[in-house]
Design a protein around this ligand. Sequence first.
Ligand SMILES: Cc1cc2nc3c(=O)[nH]c(=O)nc-3n(C[C@H](O)[C@H](O)[C@H](O)COP(=O)(O)OP(=O)(O)OC[C@H]3O[C@@H](n4cnc5c(N)ncnc54)[C@H](O)[C@@H]3O)c2cc1C
Ligand code: SF4
Ligand code: SF4
Length: 348
Amino acid sequence: MGSIINMQRKHAIVIGGGIAGLCAALELARFDIDVDLVEKGPALGGHARSLTCKATDRCVKCGACLVEERLQAVVENPNIKVHLGSEIMEVQDSGGFSVVISNEGKSTCSCEADAVIIASGFSLFRPDGKPYGYKRFANVLTNLDLERMIRMQGSVKRPSDQREPEKIAFIQCVGSRDAKTGHLWCSRICCGAALRMSRLIRSRQPQVTISVFYIDIQSSGRDFQFFLDGLRNDVRLIRAIPADVFRTEDDRLSMSYFDPTSRQSKDEIFDMIILSVGLCPGDDLKGLCSLFGMKLSDSGFVTVSDKTEYPEKHGVFAAGTVLGPMGIAESIASAGKAVWEAIRYLKI
Ligand SMILES: Cc1cc2nc3c(=O)[nH]c(=O)nc-3n(C[C@H](O)[C@H](O)[C@H](O)COP(=O)(O)OP(=O)(O)OC[C@H]3O[C@@H](n4cnc5c(N)ncnc54)[C@H](O)[C@@H]3O)c2cc1C
Ligand code: SF4
Ligand code: SF4
């Protein structure tokens, strides 16, 4: 009897253990599908695991805490087998998928799957080539560096001397909406993330003044306008793309930009500069998709069919930021949609 039930059970592989992969695995397991969850890194949670809670007097709905609870549920679920430090090495497609998984680059294991969900996430734009001094000046950080700093130590300090900064500038759209890098898309999450972060810093370190240099403010969430209006007294919003950044003799940062109010070029001094770098296709997404015989779109994200919004390859589905930039709540919703399509495909 047990073996008959076993024969009827379906098996899926989820690739990537970020919020999208965690949610896809949990949802599949709810339908009694056995899941192998393959995560390249040493831990589950993906990028969202590095984000800090932005609550001040109230929750600002950033979604970062949604990861921890899903993570715990995955680890405790008997239908989900987690492979950390693992990647897909080979795929044979013969109606179902025979997949070889490498474990920490050494041993390998094989498994059969009826369906596959690709949820291997995004890579962040590397701003080394931009004229903003990233990697050259210690007090120029990315938005993710800043998230990690506040998560670890609770406040912002200048990496160069551990002093609290007086003036911080955020530069938005670094590596997004940028013809020079070929990344014409908006990364969708970085305006909301920078404004929530500004509010958090101002509430913990009220002596810090914050300027946000932007092209457009991308709204997110129903109460975004209300949130933005409440921020105007706290944050200076300047519609300009800074040209370049230099280090001054007293270890501060001089930034030049065209000031839209005076209509003149201006040099302004800051203690720290935060680059809101964009979401790009995952570094190994192309190689991973080619194992399944799938092509990527011109922008480098997973291509979906016009009709179904899912990859055209039978039995392969995609969830989260492999489909393009999106936030945590949307990644969760997209995992739900991918599983729904997989369930229909598996005729469960
Ligand atoms: C600075 C910053 C701030 C943000 N702030 C917010 C915010 O306030 N609110 C919000 O909603 N969103 C925010 N986001 C966006 C949020 O991080 C993403 O929406 C979310 O992480 C997407 O999850 P994902 O599972 O699609 O991808 P990821 O988080 O990238 O997870 C993908 C996982 O797949 C793994 N992987 C990659 N390649 C392979 C492979 N070949 N094989 C196996 N595993 C693989 C990776 O190691 C990773 O664990 C922010 C992002 C950044 C960078
Ligand atoms: S949603 Fe964000 S701000 Fe709200 S409690 Fe969770 S982590 Fe904090
Ligand atoms: S969300 Fe804002 S900062 Fe990010 S790319 Fe879009 S407009 Fe630029």
